[in-house]
Write a protein of this length. Structure first.
Length: 247
Protein backbone atom coordinates (compact mmCIF):
# COMPACT_ATOMS: atom_id res chain seq x y z
CA UNK A 1 0.00 0.00 0.00
CA UNK A 2 1.79 3.12 -1.26
CA UNK A 3 -1.02 5.61 -1.91
CA UNK A 4 0.36 8.36 0.32
CA UNK A 5 -1.47 11.68 0.29
CA UNK A 6 0.64 14.54 -1.03
CA UNK A 7 -0.79 17.23 1.27
CA UNK A 8 0.54 15.41 4.36
CA UNK A 9 4.10 14.95 5.63
CA UNK A 10 5.63 11.86 4.02
CA UNK A 11 5.06 8.63 5.89
CA UNK A 12 8.14 6.69 6.96
CA UNK A 13 8.16 3.34 8.79
CA UNK A 14 8.90 3.47 12.50
CA UNK A 15 10.18 0.67 14.73
CA UNK A 16 9.96 0.56 18.51
CA UNK A 17 13.14 1.22 20.45
CA UNK A 18 13.41 -0.73 23.72
CA UNK A 19 14.77 0.68 26.96
CA UNK A 20 17.40 -1.92 27.89
CA UNK A 21 17.83 -0.80 31.50
CA UNK A 22 14.11 -0.78 32.30
CA UNK A 23 13.31 -3.92 30.33
CA UNK A 24 16.05 -6.16 31.67
CA UNK A 25 15.66 -4.76 35.17
CA UNK A 26 11.93 -5.46 35.12
CA UNK A 27 12.40 -8.91 33.57
CA UNK A 28 15.06 -9.95 36.08
CA UNK A 29 12.94 -8.67 38.96
CA UNK A 30 10.00 -10.81 37.83
CA UNK A 31 12.15 -13.90 37.35
CA UNK A 32 13.89 -13.48 40.72
CA UNK A 33 10.57 -13.04 42.54
CA UNK A 34 9.20 -16.13 40.78
CA UNK A 35 12.26 -18.22 41.69
CA UNK A 36 12.15 -17.04 45.31
CA UNK A 37 8.51 -18.03 45.74
CA UNK A 38 9.09 -21.32 43.92
CA UNK A 39 12.18 -22.02 46.05
CA UNK A 40 10.28 -21.32 49.27
CA UNK A 41 7.56 -23.71 48.13
CA UNK A 42 10.00 -26.58 47.48
CA UNK A 43 11.92 -25.99 50.73
CA UNK A 44 8.71 -26.20 52.74
CA UNK A 45 7.49 -29.19 50.76
CA UNK A 46 10.62 -31.38 50.70
CA UNK A 47 12.93 -30.29 53.52
CA UNK A 48 10.60 -29.63 56.44
CA UNK A 49 8.22 -32.00 58.22
CA UNK A 50 4.76 -31.69 56.75
CA UNK A 51 2.65 -30.39 59.59
CA UNK A 52 -0.82 -28.97 59.20
CA UNK A 53 0.38 -25.35 59.20
CA UNK A 54 3.09 -26.05 56.61
CA UNK A 55 0.61 -27.77 54.33
CA UNK A 56 -1.62 -24.70 54.54
CA UNK A 57 1.34 -22.38 53.77
CA UNK A 58 2.35 -24.54 50.79
CA UNK A 59 -1.19 -24.37 49.54
CA UNK A 60 -1.16 -20.57 49.84
CA UNK A 61 2.14 -20.38 47.93
CA UNK A 62 0.62 -22.20 44.97
CA UNK A 63 -1.57 -19.15 44.29
CA UNK A 64 1.24 -16.61 43.62
CA UNK A 65 3.19 -19.29 41.72
CA UNK A 66 0.19 -19.96 39.48
CA UNK A 67 -0.46 -16.25 38.95
CA UNK A 68 3.20 -15.63 38.05
CA UNK A 69 3.23 -18.55 35.61
CA UNK A 70 0.10 -17.20 33.92
CA UNK A 71 1.58 -13.70 33.79
CA UNK A 72 4.91 -14.93 32.41
CA UNK A 73 3.07 -16.94 29.76
CA UNK A 74 1.09 -13.88 28.71
CA UNK A 75 4.20 -11.69 28.58
CA UNK A 76 6.29 -13.87 26.30
CA UNK A 77 4.75 -12.79 23.00
CA UNK A 78 6.03 -9.81 21.01
CA UNK A 79 9.01 -7.60 21.74
CA UNK A 80 8.89 -5.13 18.85
CA UNK A 81 6.25 -2.98 17.18
CA UNK A 82 6.74 -1.94 13.56
CA UNK A 83 4.44 0.53 11.77
CA UNK A 84 4.95 0.62 8.01
CA UNK A 85 3.04 0.98 4.72
CA UNK A 86 1.17 -2.28 5.31
CA UNK A 87 0.06 -1.61 8.88
CA UNK A 88 1.18 -2.55 12.38
CA UNK A 89 3.39 -5.58 12.95
CA UNK A 90 4.02 -7.19 16.34
CA UNK A 91 7.29 -9.14 16.20
CA UNK A 92 9.16 -11.36 18.65
CA UNK A 93 12.82 -10.59 18.01
CA UNK A 94 13.97 -13.57 20.11
CA UNK A 95 12.50 -16.10 17.67
CA UNK A 96 12.00 -13.85 14.61
CA UNK A 97 8.28 -14.62 14.63
CA UNK A 98 5.56 -12.19 13.58
CA UNK A 99 2.94 -12.61 16.28
CA UNK A 100 0.25 -10.38 14.77
CA UNK A 101 -0.41 -7.94 11.94
CA UNK A 102 -3.07 -5.23 11.82
CA UNK A 103 -3.26 -3.96 8.26
CA UNK A 104 -4.55 -0.50 7.42
CA UNK A 105 -7.39 -2.16 5.52
CA UNK A 106 -8.57 -3.99 8.64
CA UNK A 107 -9.38 -0.76 10.52
CA UNK A 108 -13.14 -0.35 10.84
CA UNK A 109 -15.59 2.45 11.65
CA UNK A 110 -16.97 2.51 15.18
CA UNK A 111 -20.49 2.21 13.75
CA UNK A 112 -19.65 -1.38 12.76
CA UNK A 113 -18.82 -2.32 16.36
CA UNK A 114 -21.75 -3.90 18.20
CA UNK A 115 -20.13 -4.63 21.55
CA UNK A 116 -19.38 -2.56 24.63
CA UNK A 117 -16.17 -1.06 25.98
CA UNK A 118 -15.90 -1.41 29.76
CA UNK A 119 -13.38 1.44 30.03
CA UNK A 120 -15.79 3.94 28.49
CA UNK A 121 -18.35 5.68 30.69
CA UNK A 122 -21.52 6.55 28.83
CA UNK A 123 -21.83 9.84 30.73
CA UNK A 124 -18.34 11.35 30.78
CA UNK A 125 -16.81 9.68 27.71
CA UNK A 126 -19.73 9.70 25.31
CA UNK A 127 -17.88 12.09 22.97
CA UNK A 128 -15.20 9.46 22.37
CA UNK A 129 -17.72 7.13 20.78
CA UNK A 130 -18.17 9.56 17.90
CA UNK A 131 -14.68 8.70 16.64
CA UNK A 132 -13.10 5.59 15.14
CA UNK A 133 -9.78 6.07 16.94
CA UNK A 134 -9.42 7.70 20.36
CA UNK A 135 -7.19 7.68 23.43
CA UNK A 136 -7.96 8.03 27.13
CA UNK A 137 -6.47 7.43 30.55
CA UNK A 138 -7.40 3.99 31.87
CA UNK A 139 -7.13 2.89 35.49
CA UNK A 140 -6.75 5.08 38.54
CA UNK A 141 -3.98 6.71 40.52
CA UNK A 142 -0.47 5.42 39.90
CA UNK A 143 -1.89 2.50 37.93
CA UNK A 144 -3.46 4.73 35.26
CA UNK A 145 -2.03 4.60 31.75
CA UNK A 146 -2.71 6.09 28.35
CA UNK A 147 -4.52 3.67 26.07
CA UNK A 148 -5.46 3.87 22.41
CA UNK A 149 -8.70 2.34 21.17
CA UNK A 150 -9.59 1.45 17.60
CA UNK A 151 -11.68 -1.14 15.80
CA UNK A 152 -10.50 -3.94 13.53
CA UNK A 153 -12.12 -6.68 11.49
CA UNK A 154 -11.08 -10.15 12.69
CA UNK A 155 -12.55 -13.22 10.97
CA UNK A 156 -15.56 -11.22 9.87
CA UNK A 157 -16.20 -9.69 13.31
CA UNK A 158 -15.45 -6.12 14.33
CA UNK A 159 -13.56 -6.03 17.63
CA UNK A 160 -12.07 -3.30 19.76
CA UNK A 161 -8.27 -3.16 19.91
CA UNK A 162 -6.54 -1.59 22.91
CA UNK A 163 -2.98 -0.37 22.38
CA UNK A 164 -0.46 0.80 24.99
CA UNK A 165 2.48 1.08 22.60
CA UNK A 166 4.60 -1.18 24.77
CA UNK A 167 6.01 -4.65 24.31
CA UNK A 168 4.41 -7.86 25.48
CA UNK A 169 7.55 -9.60 26.70
CA UNK A 170 9.16 -9.39 30.13
CA UNK A 171 12.51 -8.42 28.57
CA UNK A 172 11.05 -5.87 26.14
CA UNK A 173 8.15 -4.19 27.90
CA UNK A 174 9.14 -0.53 27.76
CA UNK A 175 9.71 1.57 24.63
CA UNK A 176 11.66 4.82 24.56
CA UNK A 177 9.95 6.14 21.41
CA UNK A 178 6.25 5.86 22.21
CA UNK A 179 5.60 9.35 20.83
CA UNK A 180 7.16 8.39 17.49
CA UNK A 181 5.05 5.22 17.35
CA UNK A 182 1.87 7.19 18.03
CA UNK A 183 2.85 9.68 15.34
CA UNK A 184 3.44 6.77 12.95
CA UNK A 185 -0.05 5.41 13.68
CA UNK A 186 -1.82 8.74 13.26
CA UNK A 187 0.12 9.72 10.16
CA UNK A 188 -0.34 6.27 8.66
CA UNK A 189 -4.09 6.44 9.18
CA UNK A 190 -4.19 9.92 7.66
CA UNK A 191 -2.34 8.64 4.58
CA UNK A 192 -3.86 5.21 4.06
CA UNK A 193 -7.25 5.44 5.81
CA UNK A 194 -8.42 9.06 5.63
CA UNK A 195 -11.99 7.82 6.18
CA UNK A 196 -11.13 6.87 9.77
CA UNK A 197 -12.05 9.65 12.24
CA UNK A 198 -9.42 10.36 14.87
CA UNK A 199 -10.31 12.13 18.10
CA UNK A 200 -8.34 15.39 18.57
CA UNK A 201 -7.38 14.27 22.08
CA UNK A 202 -5.35 11.44 20.54
CA UNK A 203 -3.01 14.11 19.19
CA UNK A 204 -3.01 16.31 22.27
CA UNK A 205 -2.22 13.53 24.74
CA UNK A 206 0.97 12.73 22.85
CA UNK A 207 2.05 16.30 21.99
CA UNK A 208 1.55 15.84 18.26
CA UNK A 209 0.56 18.83 16.14
CA UNK A 210 -2.45 17.62 14.09
CA UNK A 211 -1.56 19.89 11.17
CA UNK A 212 2.16 19.31 10.78
CA UNK A 213 2.46 16.02 12.73
CA UNK A 214 5.46 17.50 14.50
CA UNK A 215 6.07 16.13 18.00
CA UNK A 216 6.27 19.05 20.42
CA UNK A 217 9.03 17.79 22.68
CA UNK A 218 9.57 21.15 24.38
CA UNK A 219 5.93 21.39 25.46
CA UNK A 220 6.12 17.85 26.82
CA UNK A 221 9.28 18.74 28.73
CA UNK A 222 7.61 21.81 30.20
CA UNK A 223 4.60 19.76 31.35
CA UNK A 224 6.87 17.14 32.93
CA UNK A 225 8.88 19.81 34.75
CA UNK A 226 5.68 21.47 35.97
CA UNK A 227 4.33 18.15 37.26
CA UNK A 228 7.63 17.42 39.04
CA UNK A 229 7.65 20.90 40.60
CA UNK A 230 4.07 20.58 41.85
CA UNK A 231 4.75 17.08 43.18
CA UNK A 232 7.87 18.25 45.00
CA UNK A 233 6.00 21.25 46.42
CA UNK A 234 3.25 18.98 47.76
CA UNK A 235 5.84 16.72 49.42
CA UNK A 236 7.64 19.68 51.03
CA UNK A 237 4.39 21.19 52.34
CA UNK A 238 3.28 17.81 53.70
CA UNK A 239 6.61 17.34 55.52
CA UNK A 240 6.38 20.82 57.09
CA UNK A 241 2.81 20.17 58.23
CA UNK A 242 3.80 16.86 59.83
CA UNK A 243 6.78 18.51 61.57
CA UNK A 244 4.54 21.31 62.83
CA UNK A 245 1.85 18.89 64.12
CA UNK A 246 4.14 16.37 65.85
CA UNK A 247 7.02 18.58 66.98
Amino acid sequence: MNNQKRDLPPFSPVTSSPSKILNYGFGLLLLISFLLVLGAFFVLLFFLPLEQNLIFICFLLTLPITLQIVYLKKTMKYTTTVIDNQGIHYVNKFNDKVEKIITWDSFEKIDEFKGTIKEISASSDSDLLNYDVFAKMVGSGKYSHETFFWFVSINGNVEVHKELFSGNHIFSMFYTNRLELVRGLLLGLSHFRPDIKIHPKAYNMYYINPGSFVIEYEKRKEDINSALFIGSLVVVITVFILLFVFF
